[in-house]
Design a protein around this ligand. Structure first.
Ligand code: GLN
Length: 494
């Protein structure tokens, strides 16, 4: 067993038992990162020196019997989290020179608990996308390959594609992501790892570059459910600096993983049987339900009747909020500036040069649906439908404790596919968006491989602030699935 293939839980044990030092652990990951990142492009800004210094500080703490739950654990940080003194680009040219003077609350929490940061992970520009193809810093390669020697380069999913690829390729033990409509769950599914989007308000949004403020939520990626639980325990918590952060205690998420599913009622939303769902996704879903039934859960059919409006409302609400949030990038206060004859020209040139095509499309859609005359027809109506989607979940959770669905309608696709059809790209989010609209927690767990040898994920959705049940169900799936397949591009394998 090499250091890069350990889980976080195993690494913690090894560190406290002095089987290896934090320095050795980080050094192994830094070397793997240096070997793999030029190919995968998972990190925009690697910070190997800072990582080694942090590892040495971790060793000093460990030597004194101190340290927190993540002391010496090397993580990648999505480049949407502001990190003090470390460039934070949001995947955009417009923030190419932005070095925040402050630390986001979530990364501050991870640092407090001893984590070592390897660098800033690539993402779709301003977290808009499902493929990582919209990053101004180039696409990320998925470490998985189709079986049979195919050399098609696959996408890692998005928007947190770099975070997922770094963990799948085993050069980070875990990473942070953000999920607005699926950006943690979909890349986790595409890369064969675990990704958890907590309840809206569970992790502070303070210091995270905003995309759609009523939907954005930070969460962890790791290779096991327990490792995600451990990271969430560190990331979560009330933050007075975020007015939507909720003041509820942070429970012991790791303990929750061991609860089992005996006696739980698991709902199967019939509306998720989308037309044209592939037979293998259907089979995987049935298999997942069978595993939970074997573990003692009761499977119940439920209805979420407004699911069919999820995607349409999301693609009104999210661009509307984005168009407002992105108004601040005007070349005046921070970020890149293109000079102009007058102020208006400076704005126009800066925004034309600084934003990529997808971001411009979202700003246009968002501005349109918020404009006088269309506001009632689109934005207001979308908000009303959003409430109905939330009510669907409330109703369902009166009958069941959690829901099980597929995470994505397909496995990872090749770079370049779906690029000429934004709607085909948006369809990736069909199973993830409803939980985002309702603000409920949801997790993707790798559950099997498709006919091409690519990972597929199952999604567990829970009640507001009931990440514990989501984790318990996720752990049961992980135990039953015994998913041990590994991507061909990973530390020690190339
Ligand atoms: N793929 C979705 C979008 O493009 C979700 C992105 C996200 O969750 N940040 O908006």
């Amino acid at each position: 067993m090499t250091l890069t293939s350990l889980t976080i839980a195993e690494a913690r044990k090894g560190l406290t038992e002095k089987q290896f030092s934090a320095r050795e652990l980080t050094d192994a990951h830094v070397r793997a990162m240096e070997a793999l990142n030029p190919r995968l492009n998972a990190l925009i800004t690697p910070t190997p020196e800072a990582a080694m210094a942090a590892a040495e500080a971790a060793d000093r703490k460990l030597a004194n019997g101190g340290g927190g739950p993540l002391t010496g654990i090397p993580l990648a940080i999505k480049d949407l989290f502001c990190t003090a003194g470390v460039r934070t680009t949001a995947g955009s040219k417009i923030l190419g020179n932005f070095v925040p003077p402050y630390e986001s609350t979530v990364t501050e929490n991870l640092l407090r608990d001893g984590a070592v940061f390897l660098g800033k992970a690539n993402l779709d520009e301003f977290a808009m996308g499902s493929s990582n193809m919209t990053s101004a810093y180039g696409p990320v390669e998925n470490p998985w390959k189709r079986a049979g020697g195919s050399n098609a380069v696959l996408v890692p999913g998005g928007s947190s594609g770099g975070s997922a690829a770094a963990v799948a390729a085993q050069f980070a033990m875990g990473s942070t992501g953000t999920d607005t409509g699926g950006s943690i769950r979909q890349p986790a599914a595409f890369c064969g790892i675990v990704g958890l989007k907590p309840t809206y308000g569970r992790c502070s949004r303070w210091g995270i570059v905003a995309f759609a403020s009523s939907l954005d939520q930070a969460g962890p990626f790791a290779r096991t459910v327990r490792d995600c639980a451990l990271m969430l325990g560190s990331m979560a918590g009330f933050d007075p600096k975020d007015s939507t952060s909720v003041d509820v205690p942070v429970p012991d998420y790791v303990a929750a993983c061991g609860r089992g599913v005996k006696g739980l009622r698991i709902g199967v939303p019939r509306e998720y049987r989308a037309d044209g769902m592939s037979a293998e996704i259907e089979r995987l879903w049935e298999q997942g339900l069978a595993w939970l039934r074997d573990g003692g859960a009761e499977i119940v059919d439920v209805s979420l009747p407004h699911t069919k409006y999820g995607l349409a409302t999301y693609y009104i609400v999210a661009p509307a909020e984005a168009s407002s949030n992105l108004a601040r990038y005007d070349g005046v206060r921070f970020g890149v500036r293109e000079e102009g004859e007058d102020l208006i020209e400076l704005y126009e040139r800066t925004r034309a040069a600084g934003f990529g095509a997808e971001v411009q499309r979202r700003i246009l859609i968002g501005t349109y649906v918020l404009s006088a005359g269309y506001y009632d027809a689109y934005y207001l109506r979308a908000q009303k439908v959003r409430r109905l989607i939330l009510e669907d979940f409330r109703q369902a959770f009166q009958q069941v404790d959690a829901l099980l669905t597929p995470t994505t309608p397909t496995a990872a696709f090749a770079q370049g596919e779906k690029m000429d059809d934004p709607v085909a790209m948006y369809l990736n989010d069909i199973f993830t968006v409803p939980a985002s609209m309702a603000g409920v927690p949801a997790m993707s767990v790798p559950a099997g491989l498709d006919a091409q040898g690519l990972p597929l994920g199952l999604q567990v959705i829970g009640r507001h602030f009931d990440e514990e049940t989501v984790l318990a169900v996720g752990q049961a799936l992980e135990d039953a699935a015994g998913f041990t397949a590994l991507p061909s591009v990973r530390a020690g394998a190339v």
